[in-house]
Design a protein around this ligand. Structure first.
Ligand code: ADE
Length: 231
């Protein structure tokens, strides 16, 4: 069975996995700790990549090249872009786009990576189905499937949310998964991203973020726990 790579941006998001990792062995690469072991009977490598696209891309390539993972799951938190989505809700990405990629002067639409044969990065259909089944275990919060957009910006501005919604029909925004998705696409490695909403990406985003972080982390971890045995 191929090893599963689990990437999160922040330490809090990995705590529940690390507590339950059997026979853990940690290897350092590029300043990141890659925790190899067995989680719910499945061989995994779990890693905190840090915030942002460069960290996420470097970490993903390392998981693939050095740790030979056969698929990658990214869990964590995100800001809501679609107004009906509330903190605590779950968004499962069916496609991902990097909203901060901008080559308008060369005639490309926002998000289009130069000379790449795709505009967006689709989630692996099998992993997506597993995530959707696992999401039924979340009680008291809505589960949405749709596009997540990624950029090296913490969004806390109504105008920006409206632009993300109008330009990309995005449900949520965050800072890593589009980069992870691109690296997985380049390596033909299956990928899925599940995010729990920590804030509404508006002017109060920083306050909501502090309040909802623990709830969002807990939801994302519950989902991962439900998914891993089927991955
Ligand atoms: N992750 C969680 N909330 C976010 C926001 N508002 N913008 C970008 N990334 C986020």
């Amino acid at each position: 069975m191929p090893t599963l790579g689990i990437i999160v941006a922040m330490r809090e998001e990995l705590e529940i996995v690390l507590e339950r990792l059997q026979e853990p062995q940690t290897t350092q690469r590029a300043g990141m700790d890659f925790h190899c072991g067995t989680y719910l009977g499945k061989a995994v490598v779990a890693v905190v990549c840090g915030v942002g696209k460069v960290n996420a891309a470097a970490c993903t390539q390392m998981l693939i090249s050095e740790f030979s993972v056969g698929s990658v799951i990214n869990i964590g938190i995100a800001g809501a872009v679609e107004p009906s989505i509330r903190p605590g809700d779950i968004v499962i990405a069916d496609t991902l786009v990097q909203h901060d990629v901008e080559l308008k002067a060369l005639g490309l639409p926002p998000g289009q990576v130069f000379r790449l044969d795709t505009f967006d990065f689709p989630a692996d259909p099998a992993l997506l189905a597993i995530a959707q089944t696992a999401a039924q275990q979340i009680e008291g919060h809505q589960v949405h499937t749709g596009r997540i957009v990624t950029g090296d910006q913490f969004i806390a501005c109504n105008d920006k949310i409206q632009w993300l919604s109008a330009t990309f029909t995005a449900l949520a925004c965050e800072m890593e998964s589009g980069a992870i998705a691109q690296v997985c696409y380049l390596n033909t490695v299956p990928f899925v991203c599940i995010r729990s909403i920590s804030d509404n990406a508006n002017h109060d985003a920083h306050m909501d973020f502090d309040t909802f972080l623990p709830i969002a982390v807990n939801n994302a971890s519950t989902l991962l726990h439900a998914m891993v045995p089927s991955c």
